[in-house]
Write a protein that binds this ligand. Structure first.
Ligand code: 8IG
Length: 277
């Protein structure tokens, strides 16, 4: 479509960190907040947290900021919110996630994380809705991500950029979350490309590899967040048992409903975590 403007991140000659820096400047101007301290990406089931972590002082459509793409899914809000927390910290809430399965490349997937880092955020909270491999995780269970297995066969790092991923998901932040809710379980997140859900055989493969959670986001974002030097907290809302773990087939409608039902509880939990950071 020749009437669509080319996306800046699609030009290999463009430095993605320069675009992220420009995006951060635009956010500072549009929100009137010079620097943010914490950033949160709210995935399916987590959006209500934005209303609970503090006072929203500005909300802007993500498409007004350079490098952000139009949301692929309705129900994915597509805004950036600046929130003042009760402890006086500035949180940037990213309600606009670009998924790898959209096929626009990894640069666009991790642009929000790089932008968050460029706004000054040193903590990155990544949330998602996902499938559970542990059969006692009923739909609506929030779990901490302890580590990940990246099955996308891709990386946000370009060239010979070697980044250590030991303790990628901060043990300190997981401990802090568990202090607030000792019942929180944790598991290894396996990112598949999607957008199809896994076959039961693929879920068994993920389990045999040491995985506990299956999803379509977060791992690539976490790598970019680590590259940017941020401390990362990852949380999944288990909205369904992964294919074949329960005898029932997966339904997108049920996934959405489980997310809706759990939303008030997990959003309140996330708000308490942010308050304790
Ligand atoms: I919500 O079962 C949600 N997202 N890969 N598998 C994968 N992603 C998911 C699933 C799931 N449920």
């Amino acid at each position: 479509m020749s009437d669509v403007a080319p996306h800046p991140l699609d030009d290999p000659a463009v430095d993605p960190f320069a675009i992220a820096a420009q995006a951060a400047e635009q956010i500072a101007r549009l929100t009137g907040v010079e620097r943010h301290d914490i950033a949160l990406t709210l995935g399916s089931g987590w959006a209500k947290a934005a209303d609970l972590i503090g006072e929203t002082t500005a909300e802007i459509p993500a498409t007004e900021v350079i490098g952000f793409s139009k949301p692929a899914l309705t129900g994915h809000v597509g805004t950036l919110r600046s929130i003042l927390t009760p402890s006086g910290r500035r949180a940037l809430v990213i309600g606009a996630r670009t998924h790898y399965y959209e096929g626009h490349g990894v640069r666009r997937v991790v642009h929000s994380v790089r932008t968050a880092a460029a706004t000054g955020a040193t903590t990155m909270i990544l949330t998602n809705g996902a499938g559970g491999i542990k059969d006692h995780w009923t739909p609506g269970t929030p779990v901490l991500i302890s580590d990940h297995i990246n099955l996308t066969a891709n990386s946000p790092l370009e060239g010979a950029t070697f980044i250590d991923l030991t303790d990628l998901y901060s043990a300190r932040l997981r401990d802090l979350a568990r202090e607030l809710d000792p019942s929180l379980d944790e598991g290894v997140y396996v990112q598949f490309r999607g957008p199809h859900y896994e076959t039961p055989a693929e879920v068994q493969m993920a389990k045999a590899m040491g995985g506990h959670i299956v999803g379509m986001s977060t791992a690539l974002e976490a790598i970019a967040a680590r590259q940017a030097g941020m401390e990362i907290l990852g949380m999944s809302l288990i909205t369904n048992l992964a294919a074949g773990i329960s005898p029932e087939p997966l339904s997108h409608g049920e996934v959405l409903q489980a997310g809706k039902d759990a939303e008030p509880v997990i959003s309140a939990l996330l708000a308490r975590i942010v308050a304790a950071l």
